[in-house]
Design a protein around this ligand. Structure first.
Ligand SMILES: C[S@@+](CC[C@H](N)C(=O)[O-])C[C@H]1O[C@@H](n2cnc3c(N)ncnc32)[C@H](O)[C@@H]1O
Length: 213
C-alpha cells in the first residue's frame, strides 16, 4: 500500500488500544524486528472482526511483543479469553509488561514454547476456539492449518497473516525460498479445501480470512 494512502487510512481509523503506543515504542527499543508488528490498521481490523463475529475464545500463534494479542483481546467480553503462543522466551518480560499496561492480564494467557507442541496439548485437552490467528513461522503454515483445524468450531474463523509475502506468491519462487513456497502451498490448500470458504484481503502483507463451514 502506498505510504501516503496508508497514512491517510491510519489517520481516519480508530486506534485499537492506547497501550499499543507503548508496545510499539518498546518493540523498537528492545528488539530488532519491529517490522513484524501487525500495525494499527490491521490491528483495528482484527479487533472489529472479533467484535462483529462475537468470538470469545481466541488462539494466536506467534505473540512476538504482544501487539496483535492486545488488539484481539481488547474486543473480548468479560468471559472471553485469548491463548497466545510464542517460542522466544526472551520476549516474555516485554509481552507481560504490555498485557499489564493494557489491563488485559486476566483475559490473556501466554504459553512459551513451540506452538506445534502447545496446539497438540490443547487438542488432547479438547480445547475449542471461535477464532485462530496464525502469525508464527511462515514455513510451517500448512502444518499449523492441519493442527488447528479441529480446534476451530464449525462457523469459526482462521486468520492467516502475510499470505501475499510481499507479492512473491505470484512469482516463481527459487527452490531455496522456503517461506514463499510454503505460503503459496498454504494458499493453494485453503483454496481447494471444501471444508472452508475464504477471502484474501490485500491488507498490509495479505490477510486470509478463512471460515470453517
Ligand atoms: C510475525 S511475528 C508475530 C507478530 C505478532 N503477531 C504481532 O502482530 O505483533 C512471529 C512470531 O512467531 C514466533 N514463532 C516462530 N515460530 C514459532 C513457533 N514454532 N512457535 C511459537 N512461536 C513461533 C516468533 O518468535 C515471532 O515472535
Amino acid at each position: 500500500m502506498e505510504e501516503e494512502i496508508y497514512k491517510y487510512i491510519k489517520e481516519h481509523s480508530s486506534f485499537p488500544h492506547e497501550a499499543l503506543r507503548w508496545v510499539e515504542k518498546q518493540t523498537h527499543i528492545r528488539t530488532n524486528h519491529a517490522r513484524m508488528l501487525s500495525g494499527t490498521v490491521q490491528g483495528e481490523f482484527m479487533r472489529l472482526l472479533v467484535q462483529v463475529s462475537g468470538a470469545s475464545r481466541i488462539l494466536e500463534l506467534g505473540t512476538f511483543t504482544g501487539y496483535s494479542a492486545i488488539c484481539l483481546a481488547s474486543a473480548l467480553g468479560e468471559d472471553g479469553h485469548l491463548d497466545t503462543l510464542e517460542v522466544n522466551d526472551e520476549l516474555e518480560d516485554l509481552i507481560t509488561e504490555g498485557f499489564e499496561k493494557a489491563g488485559l492480564t486476566d483475559r490473556i494467557t501466554l504459553h512459551i514454547g513451540d506452538c506445534k507442541e502447545t496446539i497438540r496439548r490443547f487438542s488432547q485437552e479438547g480445547k475449542e476456539y471461535d477464532l485462530v490467528y496464525m502469525d508464527a513461522n511462515k514455513r510451517e503454515y500448512c502444518e499449523y492449518y492441519d493442527l488447528v483445524f479441529n480446534l476451530v468450531r464449525p462457523g469459526g474463523l482462521i486468520l492467516a497473516d502475510n499470505v501475499l509475502w510481499d507479492g512473491k506468491v505470484c512469482q516463481n519462487p527459487l527452490p531455496q525460498d522456503k517461506q514463499t513456497i510454503s505460503i503459496a502451498r498454504f494458499n493453494d490448500i485453503v483454496k481447494e479445501d471444501p471444508r472452508v470458504e475464504n477471502v484474501i484481503l490485500p491488507l498490509r502483507d495479505g490477510l486470509s480470512i478463512i471460515r470453517r463451514i
